[in-house]
Write a protein that binds this ligand. Structure first.
Ligand SMILES: [Zn+2]
Length: 70
């Protein structure tokens, strides 16, 4: 899961729309990821059933990296 999330990040497939919203281009389509109140949600089927997925993980990693730099 984390490897896949890192691969999404490194291939530039996480796109920031505005403050808390991101588009993540996955292997099967583009998903909307929203980060709010410390929680990250994704529109993909995997997230609906497992409450986690590589897309939301990628955004979580991206946000923690940004915090670390500033
Ligand atoms: Zn997802």
């Amino acid at each position: 899961m984390i490897d896949k999330a890192l691969r999404l990040l490194e291939s530039g497939r996480v796109e920031r729309l505005d403050g808390d919203r991101y588009n993540v281009i996955g292997n099967h389509g583009t998903y909307s990821v929203v980060a709010r109140d410390g929680k990250v949600t994704c529109t993909c089927a995997g997230f609906q059933s497992r409450r986690r997925c590589s897309h939301s993980s990628a955004v979580t990693i991206l946000r923690s990296r940004r915090r670390g730099k500033s």
